[in-house]
Ligand binder design. Structure first.
Ligand SMILES: *Cc1c(COP(=O)(O)O)cnc(C)c1O
Length: 387
């Protein structure tokens, strides 16, 4: 069990009501027979996997997806018994482990399957989803002959069950839909190679579900949209319903002091005060995922935008304050204060990256507080595991 305590003045708040709403809205938006598969890889995109999973299941998600076996085992060990698809490649040797934990495996190559079978000595059933590469160029089978042989191998072993077939789009979040259409047509052709359609056919990530609900077959793999973030900025104003950002990041001023004109701040002494000013020290640094490139950007202190000055250190950075402020004043790095809001997308823009990367980068070292109905229902602080 993770400790329910933390002793530092920095934390992530995860608003589970928003996760719930984002899943409910997607369910409502999709045709009735389309399932929502909640994508909770990378610790639920940095939010915290177990709480997000429980909320998503309550909101009507019926399947879960993770990237790696370890992530799936973590969910099983935490008492989650919903079906879980491992999207990534599992080691052939570990098929028995997947069977033991009742996990669904992605089968993406005949050679991989043959190797896994050659070492699989259990009598436990194994469920597969077949991954077809329709143009993403990542995991998946491309050739008809390989698909045919692979399906034969699965059918000929009574322990194996092909429950699903899927693909992944490279450009579902782009305004230009030509490559998306091309991939979609390729997927349709590839499906013809499979004589008996498996129970589940899925191709949609959040962007596909939000933009092309008529094209998703019978399940959507909902990731970024569940966390209330847009799959890309270019489609942000065409979303069919409002997304609610569930993630926010907060800290507080641990010291406030006045520096004189000419005084320096932080490593390298790169910042020199051009006048007398008030400076606050904030206990967040690059080891928390607040990386050095965020130097000079703003955070919110007492409802006002304040600039980070000098280099961001491993565990701390400094902000220029508009006036003297009390030690303990709340600092918001992502989220709202009074009339100001810093969105994950704002941070992503500064860094020249996507919102996905920002939330995944906030490290395990920052405790996660889970809120439901405005009350704290759990605190997770992996740093204090077993303490
Ligand atoms: C991560 C992932 C998703 C989720 O994508 P979002 O854009 O976050 O909705 C879906 N499918 C696969 C195969 C993935 O790897």
């Amino acid at each position: 069990m993770e400790s329910s305590h933390f002793y530092r003045d920095t934390w992530v708040e995860v608003n589970l009501d928003y996760i719930y709403e984002n899943v409910t809205n997607m369910k409502r938006f999709l045709p009735d027979d389309v399932a929502v598969m909640a994508v909770v890889k990378a610790n639920a995109y940095g939010h915290g996997d177990v709480q997000v999973v429980k909320t998503a299941l309550e909101a009507g998600a019926s399947y879960l997806a993770v990237a790696f076996l370890d992530e799936a085992i973590h969910l099983r060990s935490s008492g989650i018994d919903a079906p879980i698809l491992v999207l990534g490649a599992v080691r052939p040797n570990d098929m028995s482990l997947a069977a033991k934990y009742n996990l669904t495996l992605t089968v993406f190559q005949l050679e991989w399957l043959q190797e896994a079978i050659s070492v699989y000595k259990e009598n436990l059933p194994v469920t597969f989803h077949l991954k077809l590469d329709s143009g993403m160029g990542r995991l998946g089978v491309k050739e008809k002959s390989e698909v045919t042989e692979l399906i034969e191998v699965i059918e000929n072993d009574p322990r194996f069950f092909l429950e699903g077939v899927f693909t992944h789009f490279a450009t579902a979040d782009e305004l230009d839909t030509s490559y998306f259409e091309e991939q979609y047509q390729t997927f349709l052709q590839m499906l013809e190679w499979i004589p008996v359609k498996p129970k589940m056919v899925h191709c949609g990530n959040s962007a596909t579900g939000l933009r092309f609900p008529e094209k998703v077959f019978n399940a959507v793999r909902l990731g970024i949209g569940m966390y209330g973030l847009t799959p890309s900025l270019e489609i942000k104003d065409q979303l069919p319903y409002n997304l609610h950002e569930a993630f926010s990041l907060h800290s507080s001023l641990v010291q406030v002091k006045k520096i004189a004109e000419g005084e320096k701040v932080s490593y390298g002494a790169t910042f020199t005060a051009d006048e007398e000013m008030w400076v606050g020290t904030v206990p967040v640094g690059y080891a928390d995922g607040w990386i050095r490139s965020l130097q000079n950007t703003d955070v919110l202190v007492d409802g006002e935008r304040c600039q980070i000055i000098g280099r961001i250190c491993m565990d701390q950075f400094m902000v220029k304050l508009p006036r003297e402020m009390a030690r303990g004043t709340k600092v918001t790095l992502i989220g709202g204060q009074k009339n100001e809001y810093i969105h994950v997308d704002d941070v992503a823009k500064v860094l020249g990256t996507v919102n996905y990367e920002v939330i995944c980068t906030i490290s395990y070292r920052v405790p996660r507080i889970f809120l439901k109905n405005k009350s704290i229902i759990e605190v997770r602080n992996p740093v204090l595991i077993n303490h």
